[in-house]
Design a protein around this ligand. Structure first.
Ligand SMILES: [Zn+2]
Length: 428
């Protein structure tokens, strides 16, 4: 009996296919002969229509289908949906749903994910920037509901051990470590290691970091949990710790020292040192011996200049040969000066508070300067000091109350690094 019904089903299906083919022939075949020149046969839109109908019948038999579309400059949600096989009745239903303006508020670079059911109902439409957080429209009981939605990702731990060949960057890429993780590594150790000048081939590092997955697909890189950098004979370590005292995530060495310093290494990110601290230098403009009491960083006009530590603006304005200059006082003892600027951060005036790394002005050549550069001075107790050699104070170490918790965690992480390191090389 069952077989008979199945047979009839197939028979009916066959009949349907024949009828559809006949209908298509009548409609397209005839028109084709009448209206389409041979060049138009090759026209993509003509072929699309046919394949679309084939796909549709495939979808019914093969089940759910999902699409990911990256939002382009002049895209609208409606445009994206209608060009991705969402039928207009669903688009109309979406527009009428409460919260549709949230969903339609797409920006270049966002991702629109559409999941169809086997009957080609666009069951889920998710607009997201990072693959995890976004706005979700869900089709339930013949209508949509739109709300903010956050997916819970799966966090996978990854370990890598890299020996530097030519460049840190290339060697890390070869091991499959992505750009953003390399940048994090450079940021974490950048306070102690100068990655432009200090790295030699043979230096090495181990990192344990996180990767975020959703339904088996990588969404993004997470944090570095622990890392160890061997530069020559020196070993630097960094362990991530969520401090309840400061309410932030910080990295500490295994001895509990903050990997950050109270001062940034350089006040300009992309630059090279064009003149060092030198008390017997011949001044290039005045052409006489005049001590160079700071460090010059050559950089194009307009390059942002950042305050190397947090503090208070104690001078902002024109000052003789310095040109446009800012002085920041960091403590009773420490202050820094930034000279020859083209512009100041308009927010700043005398007494303004500045954060470490905050842009306070822009490179220029005001005052006595032969070309665009930043003149940077580091003063201790009001006296000039060589910013390149001064022993900089450290940022706050692990707090007394969290010491035990941190050291327990640090030991665990270091053991884990060692264990993974051995496994890694046992396999090779
Ligand atoms: Zn200078």
């Amino acid at each position: 009996m069952k077989n008979l019904i199945l047979d009839i089903k197939y028979y009916l299906l066959f009949l349907l296919v024949v009828l559809v083919a006949f209908y298509l022939y009548l409609n397209f075949g005839m028109n084709f002969n009448k209206n389409f020149s041979p060049e138009i046969i090759a026209d993509a839109s003509f072929r699309d229509e046919i394949t679309l109908q084939e796909n549709q019948s495939e979808q019914i038999f093969k089940g759910a289908l999902s699409k990911k579309i990256k939002v382009d400059k002049n895209d609208t949600l409606i445009k994206i949906l209608s060009s991705n096989e969402v039928e207009s009745k669903y688009i109309k239903a979406l527009i009428k749903t409460k919260g549709s303006e949230k969903l339609a508020n797409i920006k270049t670079g966002d991702i629109v994910e559409i999941s169809f059911t086997e009957n080609k109902i666009p069951k889920e439409i998710f607009v997201t920037r990072n693959g995890l957080k976004g706005v979700l429209a869900e089709f339930k009981d013949k209508t949509y509901a739109i709300e903010n939605h956050e997916r819970i990702p799966e966090v996978i731990e990854r370990f890598a051990s890299v020996t530097i060949d030519e460049s840190l960057y290339q060697s890390a890429l070869k091991e499959g470590i992505s750009d953003s993780v390399i940048m994090d590594l450079v940021f974490i150790f950048g306070w102690d290691i100068d990655f432009v000048f200090d790295i030699r081939s043979g230096d090495s590092f181990e990192i344990l970091y996180e990767e975020y997955f959703y339904k088996g697909e990588k969404i993004k890189n997470g944090d570095i949990k622990a890392a160890r950098f061997k530069r020559g004979k020196k070993v630097f370590s960094a362990i991530r710790f969520f401090s309840k005292v400061s309410g932030t995530k910080e990295y500490f060495s295994t001895r509990g020292e903050n990997v950050k310093k109270a001062f940034l290494r350089t006040p300009v990110e992309f630059s090279y040192i064009s003149s060092r601290y030198n008390l017997k230098r011949k001044h290039p403009v005045l052409n006489k011996i005049r001590a160079h009491t700071g460090v010059d960083y050559a950089a194009p006009t307009g390059t942002p200049v950042r305050s190397t530590s947090s503090g208070t603006v104690s001078f902002i304005g024109n000052k003789g040969g310095y040109g446009k200059m800012i002085e920041v006082k960091h403590s009773e003892d420490y202050s820094t000066r930034y000279a020859h600027l083209s512009k100041f951060n308009p927010r700043l005036s005398n007494g303004s508070k500045v954060e470490q790394g905050e842009t306070i002005g822009y490179v220029g050549q005001t005052g006595l300067a032969t070309g665009p550069h930043l003149h940077y001075e580091f003063r201790v107790g009001g006296n000039h000091t060589n910013p390149l050699t001064v022993k900089l104070p450290d940022a706050k170490p692990i707090s007394e109350v969290e010491k035990k918790e941190f050291f327990d965690h640090a030991i665990k992480m270091i053991n884990r690094l060692d264990e993974l390191f051995l496994k890694f090389y046992a396999k090779v």
